[in-house]
Design a protein around this ligand. Structure first.
Ligand code: NAP
Length: 252
């Protein structure tokens, strides 16, 4: 049985990287894709169009739409979700994927570096859940997946803002899983390690090689591998409040 077909799925930060790969995976299963990002509207629309074409090649006629807003902004997220609910009536699956990094040692990290990274990664996830909370309560089914990171579990020098945000995402996940479990909604987090996307493309080959030496599987993961896990968790049914690492063994 296909449990994803015709479900309405929001992916934040979905124009590229892991978010786009997740959106593509769900589109290939026949889900309607609601893409959010804060990039150029034209880039976002292009991504939504590509998803529709990909789904069609797989025999699915899906709805896609794009909504440009900053998830870290409480009011803008509310306005965005109000419009989404008007257009789609309900949301079945929320993927909180939008994220940024601003890496520096604590000694050099500014207040703005700290606040903006907490704002997008942690508060952004809270904002989306907060504004969709009633939607999920009313549906009495559905799934929320938050993209955390292994550095939220193990720490990472130079990433105090990011690792604190991702550790916060883990706490948020477990709490919302407890709050919404009675309504049949599952809430889980994915904690990727090193995944080959624009976020990690900025690292030099030398830094990448150093990372790979620490990873038992000796390579970075792909966005497609993360997407595969997201699809599994969205349909798993009896898994909630979990943090699933996908890191090639980086943090065993
Ligand atoms: P990415 O390629 O940089 O994509 C992140 C997306 O989020 C971009 O499209 C970005 O838009 C969007 N975004 C940024 N700020 C936003 C905001 N305020 N509102 C809405 N959208 C916003 O990164 P990625 O590697 O795919 O990462 C996706 C998620 O996985 C993030 O949460 C990241 O922390 C997590 N993660 C990644 C790795 C990794 O190794 N890549 C490892 C662990 C966890 P713009 O194009 O405008 O920047």
């Amino acid at each position: 049985m296909n449990r994803i077909k015709e479900k309405n799925v929001i992916v934040t930060g979905g124009a590229r990287g892991i978010g786009y790969a997740i959106a593509e995976k769900f589109a290939l299963e026949g889900a309607n894709i609601i893409l959010n990002d804060f990039c150029d509207q034209s880039v976002l629309e292009e991504s939504a169009k590509n998803l529709q074409a990909t789904a069609k090649q797989n025999g699915h006629s899906i709805r896609t739409a794009s909504y440009r807003f900053d998830v870290s902004n409480f009011e803008a997220s509310k306005e965005g979700i109000d419009v989404i609910l008007k257009d789609f009536t309900k949301v079945d699956i929320l993927i909180n994927n939008a994220g940024i990094t601003k890496d520096k040692l604590v000694m050099q990290m500014t207040e703005a570096d700290f606040d903006s990274v907490i704002g997008v990664n942690l508060k952004g996830s809270f904002n989306m859940i907060r504004h969709l909370y009633r939607n999920f309560m009313a549906n009495r089914s559905g799934s929320i997946i938050n993209i955390a990171s292994v550095v939220g579990l193990m720490g990472s020098a130079g990433q105090a803002n990011y690792s604190a945000a991702k550790a916060g995402v883990v706490g948020l996940t477990k709490t919302v899983a407890r709050e919404l479990g009675g309504r049949g909604i599952t809430v889980n987090a994915i904690a990727p390690g090193f995944i080959e996307t624009a976020m990690t493309a900025v690292l030099s080959d030398e830094v990448k090689q150093k990372y790979f030496e620490l990873i038992p599987l000796k390579r970075g993961g792909t966005a497609e591998e993360v997407a595969h896990l997201a699809l599994f968790l969205a349909t798993a049914g009896y898994i909630t409040g979990e943090v699933v690492k996908i890191d090639g063994g980086l943090y065993i």
